[in-house]
Design a protein around this ligand. Structure first.
Ligand code: NI
Length: 252
């Protein structure tokens, strides 16, 4: 039994069969899903899905690529949405210096404001960090964030240790199964097992053997199998540990 700690079932890739995919999860060993908002509209949509499916939970937040959306009015809306009983985190929020479509200072301000909101509401954060490790870590430290997860972790072992030292968790997904994933495999080997979460980031980043196809939580066992192999533990033990970590972090 697994929990997918990061999914985007509101994505248009699921428009034709969203309900069928979600309904198939429990019978296929997926116990729960955290559906992650990446803008205000998507966050509302995530809550609607969480209301419809008992095993679906929602994270409320604005992704760095929509950071321009984070006005004071938007922050008030986010706060209202976060009060919902199935809203379990603020996210995904963070910095993305890879695409760089949104000015970095706009991203940093939106990130900071949403961290402050999470702290005030005493909710964990789901952090997106792409090519922005230094700034991400600095802002998390400055805002005193000690509760959350760095999703689709892409840093070094040394950076992972710094993130863990803050108190945060590390989520690994399909990338760990890719041939060119050398340093993520090192992270998978070294991450403390009480800080590890599993995720798909579906519909993106399908693990091998389904790389390139639409991802769903049904692929989570491929990622788990690879990490269990790297750690030299059985997949059942990994499932129990990561499920416990996810339930504890998000208070499920
Ligand atoms: Ni995501």
């Amino acid at each position: 039994m697994f929990i997918d700690s990061h999914a985007h079932y509101n994505a248009s890739a699921f428009d034709t069969d969203r309900e069928a995919v979600l309904l198939s999860l429990p019978e296929n060993g997926i116990d729960a899903v955290i559906n992650i908002g990446d803008n205000l509209a998507a966050s509302r949509e995530c809550l609607r899905m969480a209301e419809a499916f008992p095993f679906v939970y929602a994270a409320i937040g604005v992704h760095p690529e929509s950071a321009g959306e984070v006005t004071s009015e938007a922050l008030r809306h986010l706060e209202e949405l976060a009060a919902h009983e199935k809203a379990v985190a603020i996210g995904e929020i963070g910095l993305d210096y890879y695409y760089d479509d949104v000015p970095r200072d706009v991203q940093r301000t939106a990130f900071r404001q949403q961290l402050i909101l999470a702290k005030r509401l005493d909710m964990p954060v789901v952090v997106h960090d792409r090519d922005a490790h230094g700034d991400c870590l600095q802002i998390l430290k400055e805002e005193g964030i000690t509760n959350g997860v760095m999703h689709c972790f892409s840093g070094s072992v040394e950076f992972m240790r710094e993130v863990v030292r803050l108190g945060l968790h590390i989520a690994l997904g399909g990338v760990v199964t890719y041939k060119n994933a050398r340093h993520i495999i090192d992270v998978a080997r070294e991450v403390p097992l009480d800080r590890l979460l599993l995720e798909t980031d579906c519909p993106y980043l399908s693990p091998v053997p389904n790389r390139g196809k639409r991802n769903s939580s049904l692929n989570l066992p491929y990622t788990a199998e690879k990490i269990a192999e790297i750690r030299g533990i059985d997949i059942g033990t990994l499932a129990v540990l990561t499920t416990e970590n996810t339930r504890r972090l998000f208070n499920l």
